[in-house]
Ligand binder design. Structure first.
Ligand code: CLF
Ligand code: SF4
Length: 291
């Protein structure tokens, strides 16, 4: 409690719900997610993407938006949601696997320069796209790093697409981890504020969280968010982590990094303050559902 009383990022406290470390700061600013990124370049065992209006989890959106549609959604969100301060792109696929996300960010920066731009990625393309990311004005970056040991990573993400080829197993894991850590270091050198998301997966990486936190901290990440697994897809038969396991994992992570405590495992089209307000249904009225 004492540690959370001091803002981790004074410049972002109350201006970004996921980079605020006090409850007041978290509640003061809203974010909008734009589901503009259709495809992914890796294959996580827990990932199930879908389009529907009901599931409250990552990878799900009402529908895919084009970059042009996304501008109309920002306009409407600014009317509906007075504390909107952050526009994030976090799916439904990986925002760096296609060009839609950076194109969308460029449009938003041109029209609404005061909105903070927030990118969430698996990090595979981070080293090769970091110059574009910085040039478009992205301020906050989240990289999902689930393991820094290739043996563990290979069970979480057994294959990736890299330079028009498929990599499997250990080769895939080494490439992904290497790119994530290199990408974090490059982003830190360019002045971005970096959070790492780590999915806590019982029997797979639950004893590995301290190692992940130590390595990403050394690379330049400033905060970590431990996200309990939603058992689905190839991990459908694993349990969700217990409260005790979550507590232990956060304590392990806290030895190396500030821990974010207010994550709500948002949809790819979320709008509002995570956990406190939700404008998504109002945002996607029937006219916006029409293609
Ligand atoms: Fe979105 Fe993520 Fe940016 Fe926040 S969400 S891209 S950092 S603006 Fe936040 Fe939602 Fe948790 Fe993500 S509560 S799932 S951590
Ligand atoms: Fe799904 Fe994200 Fe993993 Fe891609 S990187 S498979 S979108 S969880």
């Amino acid at each position: 409690a004492l540690q959370r009383a001091t803002p981790a990022f004074p410049a972002l406290e109350g201006r970004h719900p996921c980079f605020s470390t006090t409850s007041e700061g978290h509640a003061a600013a809203a974010r909008l997610h734009l589901p503009v990124s259709p495809g992914c370049n890796i294959d996580c065992s827990f990932c199930k993407r879908d389009f529907n209006r009901s599931d409250q989890r990552p990878g799900v959106a009402t529908r895919l938006l084009s970059p042009e549609d996304a501008e109309a959604v920002v306009e409407r969100a600014l009317e509906l949601c007075p504390s909107l301060a952050v526009v994030g792109i976090a799916g439904p696929g990986d925002p760096l696997a296609t060009d839609h996300a950076l194109d969308t960010f460029a449009r938003i920066r041109a029209r609404w320069p005061r909105l903070t731009l927030c990118l969430s990625t698996n990090g595979l393309m981070l080293p090769s796209r970091i110059e574009e990311i910085a040039a478009v004005g992205i301020e906050t970056l989240t990289v999902t790093v689930n393991a820094v040991d290739p043996e563990i990573q290979a069970t979480i993400t057994p294959k990736i697409a890299w330079q028009r080829r498929r990599l499997d197993g250990r080769a895939a894991a080494e490439r992904l981890i290497g790119n994530q850590l290199e990408g974090i270091a490059l982003a830190a050198a360019l002045g971005l504020t970096i959070k790492v998301n780590t999915v806590l997966i019982p029997t797979v990486n639950e004893d590995h969280i301290g190692d992940v936190a130590a390595e990403v901290a050394a690379a330049g990440a400033r905060m970590i968010n431990i996200i309990p697994l939603i058992p689905q897809h190839r991990f459908a038969n694993l349990p969700a982590p217990s409260l005790m396991r979550r507590y232990v994992a956060r304590a392990e992570a806290e030895r190396h990094l500030r821990v974010f405590h207010d994550c709500q495992r948002c949809r790819a089209d979320a709008c509002g303050v995570p956990g406190l307000s939700d404008y998504t249904a109002a945002l996607y009225g029937d006219d916006l559902l029409a293609e």
